[in-house]
Design a protein around this ligand. Structure first.
Ligand code: ARG
Length: 588
């Protein structure tokens, strides 16, 4: 089904033509004055000069053509030349019916089907996830789901930071407390134990202590760098420890991401491209892209039109070591070879924007990517505390993501308990489920590039622009539908009747925006558009609900039609929250 504004503009275009004007003037938009009309058209003003006629006269001619229109029940020419429009209930009904019967609520497939890789999450192995990791995980997951829903093939890749100094730090810390471990015996030839010599919490402690020590003690840092060099270059015992760190960490990462309904298709990382690096470096050298500057191997990426300084992209340090850039470029090479994507989207902290500009330019210049493949940087802002600074624990430390999730669950549990009778166990599981919506919606409802303030009280509230409010609306509808079925009603084949009254019409008008909103949200990689849509829809529904007797409606046909509308609203809301990455319980 066509988008509503396209349908309305088509009808308006015909009216302009019938009145003797260019049909292209008939562009219909949402109303600027919802108190006066639902939609409007400013084409008469645009045509005034061309037709040397007063806009109001043109608008009057067009309005005359719309008398008896099946689409508009009202088309009024008002000074200085607007056309104020109201939709006919009958026409709206046709759209609602189409929406309920067509796949994906009448959304048209995209013009071009794309293969998209989304690089998101970006956790660093060996370091515990902290609150800063919530944004790339939550935003990336939602973009993945939205793009997949509209019909693209989407591959989500965790792109773990698993090849750097943090691993060397852990190994060094371990060596200090357990120097006799077989991994450190360079003459050892046998097999290494299957079991890791640490648990996840010991790993976190090792990392925290080693990282603090390396900041104060240069000799310690040098040792950590040497350990890094050793596992990177395949020294057996070090590589075995590296593998243990990977296994223990990734298992924990999976658990944490799962608690936020975040799932990756690929758990690849920087380490996966280690064997591609020599080949890539060679290629860049032989083709004259890379040259030695002050000992390091670099590729120039500045362009004449630059207004700010874009430094060269460094490929290898003077000691021959690979950098973050190197693994990102090699990953582009690998992704092109393995998947040949039309687009790669990077969901990364916006402070890395300049870095990605360098990487993208370098990949283009050296032809690691084909010209048709789009590289897209989607930078997100910071999650701040009430003081406007990056979110911290009460004593000023970095907060673990686990702790943030735990606190939100607790808060949600308290709110669920207030004034509700619910068995303890159910209250806990409902609270956990709703807490995910509080966290995710609190994040996703902001435009990703902006910073936002984490406000646990607001995010967990059942009122206002929040996840729990949306879920509460879904639960409310579920309960009415449940009662309808208990009373012997069936949710199959319910016939829709035209809307009766403003609130019902407003709900239908909110609903039919779906197939306009979703393609835009996908195109712009903008989950906040889904949030804005469901917030409007939930408001329209709740207003309608307070105004309307539903199960108490005596006319059976009308009652069935109201129930059909409820069911459609619920299906749409559930689909949308699924795209945001959370779901509604049966009751709350
Ligand atoms: N691990 C990185 C960090 O902590 C984020 C990874 C982002 N993705 C990428 N392809 N560089 O900053």
């Amino acid at each position: 089904m066509k988008k509503i504004l396209e349908q309305l503009s088509e009808e308006m275009g015909k009216a302009f033509e019938a009145a003797g004007y260019d049909g292209a003037l008939g562009k219909v938009t949402m109303s600027n004055r919802p108190d006066l009309c639902e939609y409007q058209c400013n084409g008469a003003m645009a045509g005034a000069k061309r037709y040397k006629k007063a806009p109001i006269a043109i608008a009057g001619d067009v309005a005359g053509q719309l008398r008896g229109s099946a689409v508009f029940c009202q088309a009024e020419a008002v000074a200085p030349g607007f056309l104020n429009l109201k939709l006919s209930e009958e026409y709206l009904l046709q759209m609602v019916k189409a929406m309920a019967s067509e796949p994906k609520f009448g959304m048209e497939p995209p013009e071009r089907h794309k293969k998209i890789i989304i690089d998101y999450g970006g956790a660093n192995v060996a370091k515990p996830l902290h609150v800063g990791h919530i944004r790339p995980a939550v935003i990336g997951e939602s973009i993945k789901r939205i793009c997949r829903y509209v019909g693209h093939e989407v591959i989500g890749d965790a792109h773990l930071g698993d090849w750097g100094l943090q691993m060397g730090l852990v190994i060094t810390g371990l060596q200090d407390i357990q120097p006799d471990l077989v991994y450190f015996d360079e003459s050892y030839q046998g097999e290494y134990p299957k079991e890791a010599p640490f648990t996840i919490s010991q790993l976190a402690e090792l990392y925290t202590a080693a990282s603090a020590k390396s900041k104060e003690d240069p000799a310690y840092k040098a040792r950590a760098m040497e350990a890094t060099f050793k596992f990177q270059n395949g020294v057996r015992g070090y590589r075995a420890l590296w593998q243990h760190i990977m296994d223990v960490s990734v298992e924990d990462l999976k658990k944490n991401y799962a608690s936020l309904n975040v799932e990756f298709d690929l758990w690849k990382g920087e380490s996966d491209v280690r064997d591609l690096i020599p080949e890539m470096v060679d290629y860049m050298k032989t083709n004259g892209y890379a040259y030695i500057s002050e000992g390091a191997l670099v590729v120039d990426v500045k362009e004449e039109t630059d207004t700010k300084e874009i430094p060269p992209c460094m490929i290898l340090k003077s000691d021959g070591a690979a950098l973050y850039n190197t693994t990102d470029l090699a990953t582009i090479l690998e992704r092109m070879r393995l998947y040949h994507p039309d687009e790669i989207i990077y969901v990364v902290d916006k402070r890395q924007e300049l870095y990605f500009e360098q990487v993208f330019r370098c990949a283009r210049k050296t032809k690691l990517v084909e010209p048709e493949t789009e590289l897209r940087f989607l930078g997100f802002g910071t999650m701040n505390g009430a003081d406007g600074k990056p979110f911290k624990t009460r004593d000023g430390g970095v907060m673990r993501l686990e702790a943030l999730i735990r606190e939100t669950r607790e808060e949600m549990y308290k709110k669920i308990r207030e004034g509700r009778e619910m068995p303890e166990e159910e209250a806990r599981s409902v609270a956990d489920q709703v807490a995910v919506s509080a966290l995710k919606y609190g994040d996703l409802s902001n435009q990703a590039s902006k910073d936002y303030v984490f406000d646990i009280d607001r995010f967990t509230s059942f009122e206002g622009d929040t996840g729990p409010y949306i879920l509460y609306t879904i639960v409310r509808i579920k309960s009415i539908l449940g009662r309808f079925e208990e009373q012997g009603g069936s949710l199959e084949d319910l016939a829709f009747l035209p809307a009766c009254g403003e609130a019902e019409k407003a709900l239908e008008m909110a609903l039919v925006q779906f197939n306009t909103m979703i393609p835009t949200a996908a195109e712009e990689a903008a989950p906040h558009k889904v949030c804005a849509y469901i917030y409007d829809l939930a408001n329209a529904f709740n207003h309608f609900y307070h105004e309307t007797r539903i199960l108490g409606e005596e006319d059976e046909g009308r009652r069935n039609s109201l129930v059909a509308l409820l069911k459609l609203t619920k299906d749409v809301l559930e689909t949308c929250v699924g795209l945001l990455g959370f779901e509604a319980p049966d009751r709350m």
